[in-house]
Each structure stands twice: as C-alpha cells, then as structure tokens.
Design a protein around this ligand. Structure first.
Ligand code: AMP
Ligand code: ZN
Length: 472
C-alpha cells in the first residue's frame, strides 16, 4: 500500500487511484524566461521519482507538466534582450528540456504550453462568468469572485477572514475595479508591446492560475489523482486552481495534493528574485547531473534541503559507490562462458536476502516516497553484493542480484538511460540556418556553417530522412 501525505487533509492517506492500475499526475512546471535553477529542479526530480515508483509498481502513469510561456518576466526578458517573448520562451523551453534530460527526468506524457491553450482558457473563463463565479469590469479585465466559492482556503488551511485581515492594507482601487480584495485575475487587457489574444472581453492575456486548471482538465480529465508542485504554490496558485476548476465542473479537482519543501542555500529559499541561485547548467559543468539527482533524493521531499558543496561531494561519493558496484557486476557477468544455474539451497538463501532489501526499499517508498530511506536500502544491497556476490557463484544468481540493483537504482532514476540528447539552442539554430542556406542554394554559406559546427564537435550527416548529427 502506498501512502501519500496529502496537503489537503494534512495527513498520510492510502493511495487509491480513480481508475484501477492508472495514475494521472499534473506537476506545475517552470516559467521559461531563463535557465532553470536547482530549486526548480527539486520538484522535477522528486515527482519524476514518484512517477517511476508507480511505474515500478505496475501502474500506467499519465504525467503532464506545463511550461508557462506567457508571463511578465518573459516579456521583461524579451524587452531587455531586444527580442520577442516567443523567442525567449522557445529558447528556454529547449534549454530546460536539455537540463531535464541531463537529470534523467522521463519525458512527460505531455508538456503543454500556455500560449497553445488560450482557447480552452477563454472557454473556462466564460463558463465561470456564466455560473456567476467571475465578472468583467469596464476595461475588459475578468476577475474570479473568490468569496462565492465555498471551499476557498481548504488547501492552504486558511480561512477567509484571516485572508481578508491579511489583505486589509491592499486597497481596492478604482483602476482595478475589483468587487473584493480577494478576487484574482482570470484575463487582463494587453499593454503596449505585449503579446495578446482576442477574447470576448478585450484583447489581452490570461492570468497565471487559469492555465493549469485548463491543461490539467484537457490532458488528464475533470478529476485527477495527483496534483503537485513546490510548497510556495499552495497559496495562492493551487488554491485558485481549485476554486476555478471545482466551480466550473462541480467535481473534485485533484484527490491528492503533494508539495515539495524548498531547496535552500544558507537556509534561505533559493530563488531568482533573491539572486542566491545556481542554475542546473552551472552545476552540470562541475558534476554529472546524476549527482544532483542523488543529492535531491538524499532528503525526504517534504523536508527543506540545504545546498552545499560538501553535500554535493558526499552525493558524488555515494553515487560512485553504487556505480562501482554496478561496474563490478557487469564485469563478473561478462566473465561467464555459459549461463550456469545454482543449486536450490544456494539460491534460496541469496534470494531471501535480496527480497529483504527490496522489501526495505519498498517500505521506504510506500511511506510517502521516503527516498532517503530507499537510498539506504540500496546501500545495504550494495554492501551485500560487494561482500557476497562473486564469480564463484552460478550465473543465474549473480544475474538476479545484478537485476535487482539495476531495477532499484532505476526507480530512483540513478541509472542512466538517456533519452535522445537535446542540443544547445545555438547549435540547433546553426543547423536550421544551414538547411535554409541549402534551400536557397547558397552552398558556400552552408559549407561554412558545416565547418563551424565541426569545430564545435558536431558532425552533420545528410540522409534521405533529412539532416542528422553526431558528436565527434
Ligand atoms: P517557477 O518557475 O518559479 O514557477 O517554479 C517552478 C517550480 O519550481 C514550482 O513548482 C516551484 O514551487 C518550484 N521551486 C521554485 N523554487 C524552489 C526552491 N528553492 N525549492 C524547491 N522548489 C522550488
Ligand atoms: Zn500550476
């Protein structure tokens, strides 16, 4: 039985899927205006591991995680870089996918982008207006009528009076024309130079919260099993998502709400705004990203984790211990000329031990995904293998120990089976430029770009299926 700590009920609950054998998960993704930092990487690694454990337990998992590609910060970055919001977001989506690949995050079932889901957002906002949960003011802004939704505050365990108290100093100005200070924006009018879409209310763009309500429903259904993200999203983002989705459908939005604690640096939340961050890309210059993954999993996801060079070094050593064991097993297995079979007694004894480690691992993961304890189960297995498994044993039992080690490390995503490598966006751009030059019969330029790429370590191959590349 898998138990999950549910933010909604503030307790661990047995996981019961909506549909037998299936899990639907939505994880709020990053706003793509820069390289992701390792704080953003924490939910990615944690919830990817949750997904992998469900897969290991035989569930079919649909995993959706969005990219917020329309936002004030993206617009600001575009203005500063003298480019468009689309260029900024497209570039950093690619860079993010590259980092995710490096951290061995499985490809999502779907990574929807907010800008491609505007129609759905307009539909949901219209439904909310029709049901009296939203209203339009004279400049075309649409607000959610927060107090009309009875359950408001149920996720963050705040009651509406406290919230009002907290907001007392925020004046409802004539300019924003809100009926109530707790009301939040669903749609806002465009400003000069900003991206916008047509809507029944004004040319403008959606508020942030509506996107996740819409994408979760579209790709996973009205009620989903798990909705997840960092704990800073509990209020107001997830609270508002619940208000929107449940007012719209009349049904529960998500059965289990999971939130990871912060990745800190000197005990302060790592964040772009505080400037106290390392990007995943920076870390990748010093460490294999599997080390970062190991480091993240060495703490329970609901405990704050302090980033430090020492902890990264010890993560590196820990990972090396597992890798060395895997290497040794590979060597032993390749030393057999034929696949021999052990006697029953020999086998039963070792199998029992192996089963014990697997059980220890599963008990830890069943307990609200305690990856820290799961890692110690893996280390116990490694110690056992190091002292008990050698080439004097028959092939079948060595193979069994090896397979268990690989299976468990794979659940934690520490085994590297990389998906296709994603190139840096500037290299992709050069490949595209060369294709265009060829199309325009500018072969001199095409050759020049080919040489440039060669100097960057990328060789191009023109095949019948199009241009392919390989590292040289
Ligand atoms: P953002 O791009 O700020 O919307 O963040 C994307 C995801 O990263 C959200 O789930 C955040 O809660 C999470 N996140 C941001 N900073 C941290 C941090 N320092 N520690 C853990 N999670 C974080
Ligand atoms: Zn969200």
């Amino acid at each position: 039985m898998i138990e999950i700590y549910n933010t909604l009920t503030k307790q661990k609950e047995e996981f019961k899927p909506i549909e037998e054998g299936k899990v639907t998960m939505y994880v709020c993704g990053p706003t793509v205006y820069n390289f992701i930092h390792i704080g953003n990487a924490r939910p990615m690694i944690v919830f990817d591991t949750v997904r992998r454990y469900f897969l290991y337990k035989g569930y079919d998992v649909s995993y959706v995680s969005n990219f917020t590609d329309v936002d004030d910060k993206i617009i600001k970055a575009a203005i500063e870089g003298n480019t468009t919001s689309t260029e900024v977001s497209e570039r950093f989506i690619k860079e993010c996918l590259k980092d995710m690949n490096g951290m061995n995050i499985m490809k999502a079932t779907k990574n929807p982008k907010a800008t491609e889901e505007i129609d759905g957002m307009i539909d949901m906002i219209q439904t909310l207006i029709d049901k009296g949960y939203a209203y339009v003011v004279s400049d075309g802004t649409v607000y959610y009528r927060t107090k009309k939704f009875e359950g408001y505050g149920k996720l963050s365990h705040k009651n509406i009076e406290d919230l009002e108290g907290g907001h007392r100093d925020i004046k409802v100005t004539g300019a924003d024309q809100k009926e109530d200070e707790l009301d939040f924006v669903l749609w806002k009018p465009k400003k000069e130079g900003e991206p916008f879409w047509k809507s029944p209310w004004c040319d403008g763009r959606p508020g942030w919260h509506i996107e996740c309500s819409v994408m979760s429903k579209k790709y996973l259904g009205t009620t989903i099993d798990i909705h997840a993200g960092g704990e800073d999203l509990v209020f107001p983002h997830h609270e508002n998502e619940i208000a929107q989705s449940e007012a719209c459908s009349g049904h529960t939005f998500a059965n289990y709400w999971m939130h990871n604690a912060f990745l800190n640096i000197n005990n302060k939340k790592m964040s772009k705004s505080l400037g106290n961050f390392f990007t995943v890309r920076e870390i990748s210059e010093k460490f294999d990203l599997a080390v970062l993954r190991f480091f993240m999993l060495s703490a329970h996801y609901r405990n704050p984790l302090n980033f430090s060079a020492e902890l990264m070094e010890s993560a590196k050593n820990g990972l090396e211990r597992i890798r060395n064991c895997e290497e040794r097993m590979k060597d032993i297995l390749s030393s057999y000329d034929e696949e021999t079979t052990s006697t029953n007694e020999e086998k039963i004894d070792i199998q029992e031990k192996l089963f014990g480690f697997r059980e220890e691992f599963e008990n830890a993961m069943n307990d609200d995904f305690n990856t820290a304890d799961a890692l110690s189960a893996v280390f116990n297995l490694v110690s056992f293998i190091n002292s008990n498994i050698n080439s004097d044993l028959a092939y079948d039992i060595v193979k069994e120990a090896n397979d268990e080690l690989l299976e468990l490390t794979n659940v934690l995503g520490l085994r590297v089976e990389r998906e296709e490598e994603v190139l840096d966006s500037d290299i992709e751009k050069l490949i595209e430029d060369r294709q265009n030059a060829r199309k325009n019969k500018d072969f001199a330029k095409a050759d020049e770009i080919r040489d440039k790429l060669k100097n960057m370590g990328i060789e191009l191959l023109d095949t019948r299926e199009g241009v392919k590349w390989k590292r040289i």
